[in-house]
Design a protein around this ligand. Structure first.
Ligand code: GDP
Length: 303
């Protein structure tokens, strides 16, 4: 499947290593746990989360009196699945909060993370589902960003509301909302600026946009998606923390999972931030954005 292909680097970097460690040991000892720990940390699962997984694994091995390293594999899979599921239990589900219509999706994240691409893919996906989609080009800082978004809107065959470079992002979102109302759009997807040089600026800019949304579109279902680049590993977690402080994120999109062996960042994001990963990017094509689902992710990774 596409997901399996997209995760192949992580699979090679994590699962294959784990399997060869488990095969080479036979008898279980502390060194084995140390090696497993190292693999998870290298895959950017995060130190705390890795410790938790390994501790639980040790306890299970003791409790179930497991002696052979090969018998650990299934336990490890269950532990990782359990970690990913914790968010599912504490939060609602991983579906986008776009029902009932109309809905607005605010897309935040730093430049280069894959915001434009994700918006294009998402517009295309939603259109395939029969929804009427409109995009607002709220990242007005660079002319190129507006042009790229226009290209993606064309590709997905949806309308775009844009102003000139340097325009007030909140004004673009305002116009987007009026257009969405007039055209009876089901979903309005809004790009936002992605400069993280200064947290206060970012917060001010995002807050201004959020206020416009509250005032002009209170009836809309609201989703705030943070886009982060999986290839940046632990940095993605740091970014997510900053954005989580700056605004109320309702979901995460993890892009470029196909380009990294550090897919463990999915696990770290969820356990350390407690925000659900809702979508994952596994390629540059328009159909390379997938819903994140714990079961299929685990299957593609360790199944
Ligand atoms: P933005 O600055 O956040 O809007 O980032 P862009 O959407 O322009 O994406 C930056 C680069 O990442 C582009 O070259 C995209 O093709 C690439 N990209 C985005 N998502 C993915 C993905 O899921 N997989 C891969 N391989 N590349 C991606």
């Amino acid at each position: 499947t596409k997901l399996k292909k997209g995760l192949s680097k992580t699979r090679q970097g994590v699962t294959d290593k784990i399997d060869s460690i488990l095969r080479s040991y036979g008898k279980i000892d502390d060194d084995l746990f140390d090696e497993l720990e190292e693999v998870l940390i290298t895959a950017d699962v995060g130190v705390n989360t890795t410790m938790e997984i390994i501790d639980n694994l040790k306890n299970q091995v003791k409790e179930q009196k497991i002696k052979e390293s090969n018998d650990i594999r299934e336990l490890l899979k269950e532990e990782i699945e359990g970690t990913l599921k914790k968010v599912e239990d504490s939060k609602t589900d991983r579906k986008l909060n776009i029902e009932p219509s109309p809905a607005i999706i605010l897309v935040v994240g730093v430049n280069g993370a894959g915001k434009t691409t994700t918006i294009g893919k998402m517009a295309w996906n939603l259109k395939q589902e029969g929804k009427k989609v409109l995009i607002a080009a709220g990242d007005t800082f660079r002319a190129a960003a507006i042009e790229q978004l226009e290209e993606w809107a064309n590709r997905a065959d949806v309308d775009l509301v844009a102003h000139k470079e340097g325009a007030d992002p909140a004004a673009v979102i305002y116009d987007g909302i009026q257009a969405a109302k007039a055209r009876k759009s089901d979903v309005l997807i809004c790009d936002t600026a992605g400069r993280l040089h200064n947290k206060k600026n970012l917060m001010n800019e995002l807050n201004k946009i959020f206020r416009v949304v509250e005032r002009e579109y209170p009836e809309a279902s609201k989703e705030v998606l943070l886009v982060v680049d999986a290839t940046t590993g632990q940095n993605a977690i740091l970014q997510a923390k900053v954005f989580k402080e700056a605004c109320d994120i309702t979901g995460v999109v993890l892009t470029k999972l196909d380009g990294t062996a550090k897919g463990g960042v999915v696990i770290a994001l969820q356990s350390e931030l407690n925000v659900p990963v809702k979508l994952i990017g596994v390629g540059e094509g328009i159909d390379d954005l997938q819903p994140f689902d714990t079961k299929s992710f685990i299957e593609a990774l360790i199944g």
